[in-house]
Design a protein around this ligand. Structure first.
Ligand code: ARG
Length: 608
């Protein structure tokens, strides 16, 4: 794919992509040299003669071993060189994107010098035609992404924050690739805990079970309510019985219980929404309760298929290769988290018509999803690999978020649980200071906008830049740093480009006509390096999509900003003979930066 995009008009692509594997373009020594690497054939290894009559084969001396190795290496080089030469010979006489002729470079390498005029045209086309078509094409049509998914009456914790940030980026990226994306918030809004909560409200509130104030409580108050009811539940067996009875009434559709449950959900929903609004994340709530009506029939159906087994009265599904089964119904008749997920996977495939399902949760749930996916396969919800309707299903697991000291993360208010809203507040405040230091005259409204963009962006970026499976430290000092791999640094780089364009004060730049009339001439090595990195944008997306790892995209963006800064230190723009060309170049950089920002959920700033 990368090769195809880099060489769109190549008449005989097969010739270049002849080696197997997935060739990648890579920088190579000189700025505008590229190598295409792939796996070239290896000469057959000479088999040592079998030892005769059990006799020990004579050992080679060190020098002889060395000689043998060198000979092997030479044979390999020769063969690879031959293939490389064949590839070169198969190339057409002239290739617009390559300056001069490609040449073998020893072993499995072919050197090609990218034609800078061609590269300038590609960069310019980003301005004239936009970069929508740079998105990788994927075989899927409709992705269903399950992310964020906090639990009602509990604080949304940093794990949910990480899921929200990662899921949002994946959703944005797949959308950019042309897929329809359904963003599902699988809120934990159903289960036995609600009997306990409702019963506690009924017994402790002045308004009893009908207390409408619940609706207006914040997450801290709800969490406290949860804690108290749980304490009571554990300490008082009679309360426990009454709570169980309340679950029964709730599941039986008792109006008062349902209303109390809805009030708790509503209060939580408002608190969650406040976080989503600040982060600019959109989600469709489809909590566990949504699937409740399907559970009983689902279990019956599985039983009918003969894949349910009994385990001490509980109903379970065994999945090959797994140590434990998936419990779908407890001995007391209750359904579980996994039953709901089984109903949900079926709904997402059959009703929602997703052909790519993604679940973004902490790595701790990997085993759970193995069981759910395995059971769904066994039940026939997931069509087999050789069926054209076979979906792609991914559990996108992630590591822990730790405090700066490497221990549990805490906020200023202390307490058991870190409040997400406080994390957001602090990041924003810190960025406010940074911005004010540099622009004392900034107005209230702009300051608020810019510090939100920077502060929330800093949190998101600090998360996304880590490989998702690693644990990382949540460190305000590091993430709000002006220098280094931070959102703040990147947003400043973008604002610098905006300021160059503003200073140029040329209407042809803003109305796009310059991009159609002037051309980009890449002369200075820093310009060439910048342009070369710019056109590798699709490769970064491909890398990210391979393992659903947004850190591949942040890496690309960081290097882009870095190459821009090197360019800017070395090349003046305004008032130079190259002004037109350089204005176009930096505009293209800004276009790609903004696309990356968009995918990462960052809001670009134009003046800071
Ligand atoms: N509510 C769960 C939790 O907080 C996450 C749900 C993830 N999605 C799912 N379909 N199981 O851990």
């Amino acid at each position: 794919g990368a090769i195809e995009r880099a060489f769109p008009d190549l008449p005989n692509q097969q010739a270049v992509v002849a080696p197997t594997g997935n060739p990648k373009i890579a920088d190579y020594q000189c700025n505008n040299a590229m190598i295409i690497s792939g796996r070239l054939p290896q000469p057959p290894k000479e088999k040592p003669a079998p030892a005769e009559n059990g006799q020990e084969k004579p050992k080679l001396s060190k020098a002889e071993q060395k000689k043998l190795k060198a000979a092997e290496q030479e044979a390999r080089n020769k063969l690879q060189n031959k293939v490389a030469q064949q590839i070169i010979d198969a190339l057409p006489e002239s290739l617009p994107m390559i300056a001069g002729r490609p040449a073998t470079a020893g072993g499995a390498f072919i050197n090609m010098r990218v034609d800078t005029a061609w590269m300038g045209q590609v960069v310019q086309s980003m301005l004239v035609e936009g970069i929508d078509k740079w998105a990788p094409r994927l075989p899927h049509k409709r992705a269903v992404i399950d992310f964020s998914s906090p639990n009602v009456a509990k604080e949304m914790h940093v794990g949910h924050l990480r899921s929200t940030i990662l899921g949002d980026t994946l959703a944005r990226t797949l959308e950019y690739c042309g897929l329809e994306v359904v963003r599902l918030n699988h809120v934990g809004d159903w289960g036995t805990q609600f009997g306990m909560l409702i019963q506690y409200i009924a017994e402790s509130r002045p308004g009893g079970i009908n207390d409408t104030n619940i609706e207006h409580e914040d997450l801290g108050q709800l969490q406290a309510l949860y804690k108290k009811s749980k304490e009571r539940f554990d300490a008082d067996p009679e309360f426990k019985e009454r709570a169980k009875a309340a679950v029964g009434r709730l599941q039986g559709g008792d109006a008062e219980c349902l209303q109390a449950w809805q009030r708790i959900c509503k209060a939580s929903r408002q608190a969650f929404q406040a976080v989503y609004d600040r982060l600019g994340v959109k989600l469709e709530e489809r909590g566990e309760s949504f699937y409740n009506p399907f559970l009983a029939s689902l279990v019956e159906e599985l039983a009918g298929q003969g894949i349910i087994e009994d385990s001490n009265g509980a109903k379970v599904v065994w999945v090959e290769g797994q140590e434990n089964p998936l419990i779908v119904q407890k001995a007391d008749g209750a359904f579980l988290y996994g039953t709901t997920d089984l109903a949900a996977i079926r709904h997402r495939l059959q009703t929602e018509k997703g052909d790519w399902l993604i679940y973004v949760t902490d790595l701790g749930q990997a085993g759970h999803f193995d069981l759910v996916f395995g059971s769904a396969k066994k039940a026939g919800f997931i069509l087999p690999k050789d069926d054209p309707g076979h979906p792609r299903i991914d559990h996108v697991g992630f590591g822990l978020v730790l405090g700066a000291d490497g221990k549990r993360i805490r906020t200023r208010s202390g307490g058991d649980n870190v409040r997400l809203s406080e994390l957001l507040d602090e990041a924003k405040e810190r960025c406010q200071t940074t911005i004010k230091d540099r622009r004392e005259d900034i107005g209230e409204e702009e300051l608020d906008m810019a510090s939100s963009a920077m502060g929330y962006g800093a949190i998101k970026y600090a998360d996304l830049k880590n490989h998702r499976t690693t644990n990382y430290k949540f460190d305000f000092d590091a993430m709000c740093d002006l220098k280094g791999n931070t959102a703040v640094y990147l947003l400043y780089a973008h604002a610098r480009i905006a300021s160059i364009v503003r200073k140029a004060d040329r209407p042809e730049v803003s109305d796009g006509s310059l991009a159609k009339s002037a051309s980009i001439d890449l002369e200075h090595p820093a310009e060439v390096a910048l342009a070369l990195h710019l056109i590798r944008f699709p490769e970064a997306l491909e890398d990210m999509l391979e393992d659903l790892t947004p850190n591949r995209l942040t890496e690309y963006l960081y290097i882009l900003s870095d190459k821009f800064n090197t360019f800017y230190t070395n090349c003046h723009v305004i008032g130079e003979a190259q002004e037109d060309s350089r204005l176009l170049l930096v505009q293209s950089v800004a276009v790609v930066m903004r696309q990356c920002f968009h995918l990462l959920g960052l809001t670009p700033l134009y003046r800071i």
